[in-house]
Structure formats: structure tokens, C-alpha cells
Design a protein around this ligand. Structure first.
Ligand SMILES: Cc1cc2nc3c(=O)[nH]c(=O)nc-3n(C[C@H](O)[C@H](O)[C@H](O)COP(=O)(O)OP(=O)(O)OC[C@H]3O[C@@H](n4cnc5c(N)ncnc54)[C@H](O)[C@@H]3O)c2cc1C
Ligand code: SF4
Ligand code: SF4
Ligand code: SF4
Length: 397
């Protein structure tokens, strides 16, 4: 019998690696393969494929249109000091997770393995919450988590699933219907480098400091609420200042993201999840009164919460015992967070990606050291000044 092997996407920019196709395939015929830069793309094993076409029907990335709009916008911070310390922003994700876990639910999010693979996994108790906390600024592999979610939902277990908007839309495409016991949380997202790029960068650090990295933190709160990280090698912690780290530099320039990120349709007020979370950048302008209040510390992180659905509203209501909230306004908050209105610009990506293909991260690191040179130290000093002191200096000088 003839079978038609489907084409899942014709251009790289038409696939975000959500994994919906891979999860739906009844023959397990689809697996992710890495391209030269380590970006994942689904690949069909033609021997296993029976040509049923299910994989094409679940691809939300090419088909869906998000119709949700912001219903409520808040500045927010967790009530738990320990959580705030280990979260990238205001600790909202972990606070939501506590609400779900205390309701006997299961929580999904992105974790680091000991080898710095980033992948989605499930937890069902607060002892494991630390694994999912903190931003990992490279693509997480959702693996078979959508299938796990469906099994739990069909058994009437409550689920909280968090990830990038394209991963949430992928999950929804895979599920194909609404579930009352599912809460989805998407993060404001400017784009993802490949996991390989991150691991190559960590290898450069291991070479520099002479040992195996034991811990990598993208946003170390010991350095304040910003994008400065740290790595632990041979039991010693090395700070990774935003302006002195080649990874942070290329990441924040937006030159090393997946191709589809530059046309991201989720970079708007229309979001696929029940609730959107991000950093409340510009808090000192929008709510100056807040940063003087107990528990609201601009050096430790303040989050943005956008509620997109009725279900999201109910869930936030339930989470109030873990979170302090201040009503805000979407347009003002989004004016400080460009990813809520437009995708990242492609800039110098072509040149940088070509260099990475030829010389790996060593080549990118060399280019960074040559081009950025002295300037990195002046911006390093700037990024060491606490936010409150910056505000003081701005006001009085
Ligand atoms: C790639 C990426 C880009 C981002 N870009 C922006 C931005 O431009 N503007 C902005 O305001 N915020 C951005 N964020 C979100 C921000 O960094 C925080 O994650 C967010 O504010 C939540 O902070 P928190 O303190 O509540 O929770 P945290 O504990 O810090 O965050 C944990 C949450 O992030 C999820 N997560 C972490 N890494 C990944 C990953 N690789 N893939 C999918 N999900 C992941 C976890 O599943 C969990 O839901 C980005 C996050 C990521 C991962
Ligand atoms: S379902 Fe997801 S992984 Fe599969 S082709 Fe579509 S975007 Fe790519
Ligand atoms: S057509 Fe069916 S069997 Fe073939 S890869 Fe797609 S889902 Fe799997
Ligand atoms: S920028 Fe858009 S397409 Fe890229 S990872 Fe984020 S949500 Fe997905």
C-alpha cells in the first residue's frame, strides 16, 4: 500500500521545536535531530511512518491564531524570601507551583540536568521545586511531556504547565481540546539559542577555570536583579557579568536565536497561556511607590503578571496567599518590555551564526574579546551599581 510521508515544515522559520508532532505520532516515528548549530528539528523515520497525517494536524505553530487579550495586569512579588532569592524575577512561577502542588497537582517546567541539558520535566512535591526555578536562557526540550500531561488530565489530576509561548501553544495543539484541570503559564520570551551553544560556552569556561562546571546560574540574585550570572567550578563561584560574558553578550544582542524567533507571533498582547509572567522592567517609573514598600525590593526582583483568561483569574485568586499584587496597566508595562509587542530584530545573526558553524564558541569568544575589549569593563562597573543607587544618582546628579 502507498503511504504519503508528510512534510512538517518547508522552511526552518516554520518550526519552533514545540514537539507536538513528536508526541502525537502513534508509531513513534518522529524524533528531534540537531542541525549544525544544535537547533532541534523533528525528523520522520520513513520506515516507521504509516502516513496517517496526525503530526501535521497538531502543528499549532503554523495554524493557530491566539485570540486571548490581557484581562488584568499586575506588578507582583512572592511572599517567600527564600523563593525570591532563587528565582530570576519576582518568584511568581514558584508561588504558582506551590498553589498547584498543595492542590495535589503536578507542575511542569524547564530543568537543568547535571550535564546542562535543558529539558521539561514534572514535579509533584515542593522538595523538587528548585529544579524548575530560575530562567535557563537556551531552548528546553519538551520531550514527551505533552503525552504525560494528557494522561494526568484524563485521570482528573490537576496540571500546571509552564514554558515559552510556542511550547504552550504546542501543548494546546497536541491536546486538541480545553481541559478544566489544566493551567498554563507562558513566559515573556525574546528568543532561544540552542542548548548546544550554551554547553559550548560552558566548556570554554571549564577550560578557562580548569575543572568541570557544577552549577550554572543565568541570573544570580547575589549580584542583584539584572542579567548577571555565575558558574561554580572546583567549588569556586565565578561571577559572569553581563557585559564581560560572550554568551550573555550574543544572547542579549539577539544574534543567536532560533530562526523562527525573529518572526515570533507570540510577541504581542495575544498570548496562548492562561497567565503570562515576566520581569517588571521599568517598575521604578510605573510604580515608584512600590519599591519603598516592605517586601518589594528592586534589587531582588519584581515580576509582571498578565492574566489572559477567566481560568487564569481564578488561579491567581487562589495563589494570593503566596503573592503580593499591585494592579497595573498592560500598555505601560509593555512599553518597558519590547517582547510584548514585537519580535527580536535579526541584526548581525548571519555573520555570527556562520562564525559559530566554522569555529564553534571558541571563535565567538575570541571575536567578543577582540571587539568588546575595554568597553566591557566600563559596563561591568555600571552593572555592579545597585538599582537603588542608580536611581539616587539619576535623581540628584
Ligand atoms: C528564553 C527566555 C527568554 C526570556 N525573555 C524575557 C524577556 O524578554 N522579558 C521578560 O520580562 N522576561 C523574559 N523571560 C522570563 C524571565 O526570565 C523569568 O523567567 C520570568 O520572569 C519568571 O520569573 P520567576 O521569578 O517568576 O520564575 P523563575 O523561577 O525564575 O522561572 C522559572 C520559569 O521559567 C521557565 N523556564 C526557565 N527556563 C526555560 C526555558 N529554557 N524554556 C522554557 N521555560 C523556561 C520554567 O519552566 C518556569 O516556569 C525569559 C525567559 C526565558 C527562559
Ligand atoms: S508541531 Fe512543533 S515541532 Fe512539529 S513541526 Fe510543528 S512547530 Fe515543529
Ligand atoms: S504521518 Fe502519522 S505515522 Fe507518519 S510521522 Fe506523522 S503521525 Fe507519525
Ligand atoms: S521567541 Fe517566540 S518562537 Fe522563539 S522561543 Fe520564544 S515564544 Fe518560541
Amino acid at each position: 500500500m502507498n503511504k504519503t510521508i508528510p512534510t512538517l515544515f518547508s522552511k526552518k522559520e516554520d518550526c519552533c521545536a514545540c514537539g507536538a508532532c513528536l508526541n502525537i505520532c502513534p508509531m513513534n516515528a518522529i524524533n528531534f535531530q540537531e542541525d549544525e548549530c544544535g537547533f532541534l528539528y523533528p525528523d520522520i523515520d520513513e520506515n516507521l511512518c504509516v502516513g496517517c497525517g496526525k503530526c501535521q494536524t497538531v502543528c499549532n505553530f503554523q495554524n493557530s491564531v491566539c485570540s486571548n487579550s490581557p484581562e488584568e495586569t499586575y506588578a507582583a512579588v512572592t511572599k517567600h524570601t527564600e523563593i525570591l532569592e532563587h528565582s530570576a524575577s519576582g518568584g511568581i512561577f514558584a508561588s504558582f507551583a506551590i498553589t498547584m502542588l498543595s492542590d495535589n497537582g503536578v507542575v511542569f517546567g524547564a530543568e537543568f540536568t547535571p550535564d546542562f541539558e535543558i529539558r521539561h520535566c514534572a514535579i509533584n512535591n515542593t522538595d523538587e521545586l528548585h529544579k524548575l526555578q530560575g530562567s535557563k536562557y537556551a531552548q528546553s526540550n519538551t520531550e514527551r511531556t505533552y503525552s504525560e500531561v494528557k494522561k494526568l488530565l484524563d485521570s482528573n489530576i490537576k496540571v500546571l504547565y509552564s514554558g515559552t509561548p510556542c511550547q504552550i501553544d504546542g501543548l494546546k495543539g497536541f491536546l486538541g481540546k480545553e481541559y478544566e484541570n489544566l493551567i498554563t503559564v507562558d513566559i515573556v520570551c525574546h528568543g532561544v539559542p540552542s542548548n548546544k551553544m550554551l554547553k559550548d560556552y560552558i566548556a570554554v569556561l571549564e577550560n578557562r577555570y580548569g575543572g568541570k562546571a557544577k552549577k550554572f546560574t543565568f541570573r544570580d540574585k547575589g549580584i542583584g536583579w539584572g542579567i548577571n550570572g555565575s558558574v561554580v567550578i572546583n567549588s569556586k563561584k565565578y561571577k559572569l557579568w553581563q557585559s564581560a560574558s560572550s554568551y550573555f553578550y550574543y544572547f542579549l544582542k539577539g544574534w543567536i536565536y532560533r530562526e523562527n524567533c525573529y518572526k515570533c507571533k507570540y510577541a504581542s498582547e495575544h498570548r496562548p497561556a492562561d497567565i503570562t509572567i515576566g520581569d517588571f522592567w521599568g517598575i521604578e517609573k510605573e510604580h515608584p511607590e512600590l519599591i519603598k514598600k516592605d517586601g518589594w525590593n528592586a534589587a531582588k526582583g519584581i515580576s509582571l503578571i498578565v492574566v489572559n483568561t477567566e481560568r487564569g483569574k481564578h488561579f491567581l485568586e487562589k495563589s494570593k496567599e503566596n503573592i503580593d499584587l499591585q494592579l497595573s496597566d498592560f500598555k505601560s508595562a509593555a512599553s518597558h518590555n519590547p517582547q510584548l509587542s514585537q519580535p527580536s530584530e535579526i541584526g548581525n545573526r548571519e555573520v555570527i551564526i556562520e562564525l559559530y558553524k566554522k569555529q564553534g564558541w571558541i571563535g565567538l569568544n575570541k571575536r567578543f574579546n577582540e571587539k568588546i575589549g575595554f568597553h566591557k569593563y566600563s559596563s561591568q562597573i555600571k552593572s555592579m551599581i545597585p538599582q537603588t543607587l542608580k536611581e539616587f544618582l539619576k535623581r540628584y546628579l
